[in-house]
Design a protein around this ligand. Structure first.
Ligand code: SAM
Length: 235
């Protein structure tokens, strides 16, 4: 498991610094240079982002967001930017320097009133993160790792979270396993890294072990994008 995890991590880092960066930077933008599958993934991912923001907006009830957030595996900042915009202090980190540099560049060019100054951007894998934050987010990252590793990630993220964890994963159901098997999950010539599905029960058990319980959940499913979202709070 350890060796496999190391390989996965090295592969993922390499991918998101090279071809994966180009692919996902386009998907996570308004670029028109995307195919139908990528467009579908963009729309699905946006639904996940919107759901997270909807939860936070419900809670803050019109007030600025004052909490500290750690966005682990921030990508190009699809969540970090709207969080900064709402007033949060955000520690945005990613294993890929290319991704996190893009996130910082977007924050500087898109955020008004110095919103980017509440952000701290750093190239760092989530395994070596420190500190404590009101909320820790890790969206669409666990799909890159096997279930044993997902469990370790949940423990690590939980140790950084004072109050709340918001995580997402591709759920392991017979339907998605079948899709993955027949290669429809990520169609086309190997455009991505391996995708791992996780059983919802295993994720909940890992959260419980870390002292967290699911308060809100959501499932986003488009044709090519599947993501189960949990908001978990300290028990
Ligand atoms: N969370 C972002 C979002 O939802 O827009 C990005 C999702 S993207 C599919 C997955 C990201 O996880 C990539 O930017 C990748 O570099 C990052 N990543 C993968 N493994 C990681 C790790 N061990 N620590 C930190 N980031 C990681």
């Amino acid at each position: 498991i350890e060796q496999q995890t190391k390989d996965d991590k090295a592969e993922v880092a390499e991918y998101f610094n090279t071809v994966g960066f180009d692919r996902w930077n386009k998907i996570y933008s308004e670029s028109t240079e995307v195919n139908k599958v990528q467009l579908d993934i963009r729309e699905g991912h946006q639904q996940t982002v919107d759901r997270v923001l909807q939860w936070l907006d419900q809670d803050r009830a019109g007030k600025p967001l004052t909490e500290s957030v750690c966005d682990a595996g921030c990508g190009v900042g699809s969540l970090s930017l709207p969080l900064l915009e709402r007033g949060a202090s955000v520690y945005a980190t990613d294993i890929s320097a290319a991704m996190v540099e893009e996130a910082e560049a977007r924050a500087k060019s898109l955020l008004v009133n110095g919103g980017h100054r509440r952000g701290r951007f750093e190239t760092k894998d989530l395994e070596s993160l420190g500190g404590s934050y009101d909320t820790v987010m890790c969206i669409d990252v666990m799909i890159h790792y096997p279930t044993e590793k997902m469990e370790e990630m949940v423990m690590k993220l939980a140790s950084l979270a004072d109050r709340r964890l918001i995580i997402s994963f591709a759920p392991d159901t017979w339907y998605y396993s079948l899709l993955k098997k027949v290669g429809e999950f990520f169609p086309g010539p190997s455009k991505t890294t391996r995708a791992y599905l996780h059983e919802e029960g295993r994720v909940k058990a890992a959260l419980a072990k870390a002292g967290f319980t699911v308060r809100r959940d959501h499932m986003t499913a488009t044709n090519f994008y599947f993501s189960r979202l949990f908001e978990a709070v300290r028990q």
